[in-house]
Ligand binder design. Structure first.
Ligand SMILES: NC(=O)C1=CN([C@@H]2O[C@H](COP(=O)(O)OP(=O)(O)OC[C@H]3O[C@@H](n4cnc5c(N)ncnc54)[C@H](OP(=O)(O)O)[C@@H]3O)[C@@H](O)[C@H]2O)C=CC1
Ligand SMILES: CC(=O)N[C@@H](CCC(=O)OP(=O)(O)O)C(=O)O
Length: 352
């Protein structure tokens, strides 16, 4: 591995949480070199001014965004920008032959009308968008390997879909009965200042938001529909919880066969994720905690069946900035480049 050719990589949005998390991961990756860091308000500043604790490792400056310049320097570009910007930059990068991994919602949807309805932005890059592959490796590994453009999933969809997929794919639940109750730490909202993310507002408090209208709902439904083979609606309710990193999604769904028990589902999940190094199925009676995943690219899944209600109850825990964002994007790059899917990704969390 030490003699691997290093691929030149650019990160647009390097000053944000996704960008800095990518930089941290790529510093330990033997196959890449950082060739460009881009931003808007941070353009012209040394990266070290923004993140002094990484200044001894990352010497570059943040630069203004010019897709032609980026394409001339980079073989691979990560776009970690607010929604609606990647679709203005990616077409040039794709045309110039770059591999592009977008961390926003711009390339997640197969139907751009759905994107416009939920994100309120018109699109004129249909041809390119139609080539994008949804970057959830546990479901679409083969397609990711052959793609030039990846629409990396949102953090809630990652946790929710990894919990639901085996049940949907094998027809074990009535899809429309699926209810996803998810909790996220505040880093899910990005690095810009927002009043509801102030410590004084978010601390000592837990509440739902975006109820019955969160924009991750159609994204989850798109993939659930693909797995079920027909249009599926789900109920998704996100909550903001007073912690910085992590998502816990608890999914409830009615089993078609009321005779199924927890052991059956644990066996089914273990088989489904047999070749997925970043999914860990908990032993019977063990339910995941966000702290276990924090700092790693792992998704922990715990499974239960309530024989009284006939429902499966599946819990999944991820770090929203790693498996839910930057780590997943790097996992996709590993697959696109034909590298080991685990290369450069943290196997153990921070704690304890
Ligand atoms: N946070 C999370 O848990 C997750 C986030 N995502 C998605 O990933 C993307 C990035 O999120 P996150 O890292 O949290 O966001 P941040 O708000 O932390 O960072 C946003 C970045 O975008 C840059 N930027 C903003 N506007 C422009 C512009 N016009 N031109 C160039 N650069 C610009 C900012 O640069 P500057 O600072 O220089 O202005 C900054 O580097 C978003 O689409 C988000 O929805 C996906 C999964 C999880
Ligand atoms: C806590 C918090 O605010 N979380 C964000 C999720 C961020 C994310 O993943 O959004 P994209 O789909 O735009 O990538 C939210 O609910 O908007």
């Amino acid at each position: 591995m030490g003699d691997m050719r290093r691929v030149s990589v650019g990160i647009v949005g390097a000053s944000g949480y996704g960008g800095v998390q990518l930089i941290r991961l790529l510093m330990d990756h033997p196959g890449v070199e950082l060739a460009y860091l881009g931003g808007e308000s941070s353009a012209g500043k040394p990266f070290a001014d923004l993140y002094p604790h990484l200044g001894h490792i990352v010497r570059q400056q943040i630069e203004a965004v010019d897709p032609e310049v980026i394409a001339s320097r980079c073989e691979v570009v990560f776009l970690s920008l607010p929604n609606g910007l990647a679709c203005q930059i990616a077409p040039v990068l794709i045309e110039k032959g770059c591999k592009v991994l977008d961390l926003s919602a711009d390339y997640r949807f197969t139907n751009l009308e759905t994107y416009t309805t939920w994100y309120g932005k018109e699109r004129n890059d249909r041809t390119i968008a139609s080539k994008a592959v949804y970057g959830l490796p546990e479901l679409y590994r083969d397609r990711i390997a052959d793609s030039q453009l990846i629409g990396c999933p949102g953090c809630y969809p990652t946790a929710s879909l990894l919990a639901l997929s085996p049940l949907l794919k094998q027809g074990l639940i009535v899809p429309e009965t699926a209810i996803i109750d998810a909790k996220s730490g505040t880093s899910g909202g990005g690095r810009q200042a927002k009043v509801n993310m102030l410590l004084a507002e978010a601390d000592n408090s837990l509440g739902a938001y975006g109820v019955a209208r969160h924009r991750h709902t159609p994204e989850i439904e798109q993939i659930c529909s693909d797995l079920a083979g027909h249009e599926v609606t789900v109920q998704f309710t996100p909550h903001l919880i007073p912690m910085v990193r992590g998502i816990l999604a608890t999914v409830y769904a009615t089993l078609r066969d009321p005779g199924l028990v927890g052991e059956d589902l644990t066996t089914i999940y273990s088989a489904f994720y047999r070749n997925s190094p970043w999914v860990t199925i908990c032993d019977r009676g063990v339910y995941p905690q966000t702290k276990w995943a924090c700092g790693s690219n792992l998704c922990y899944i715990g499974i239960e069946v309530d024989p009284r209600t006939g429902r499966a109850i599946v819990m999944s825990a991820i770090d929203n900035l790693i498996k839910g964002q930057a780590g997943q994007a790097l996992q996709c790059l590993n697959i696109m480049m034909g590298w080991d899917e685990t290369l450069g990704l943290p196997k153990l969390g921070f704690y304890p």
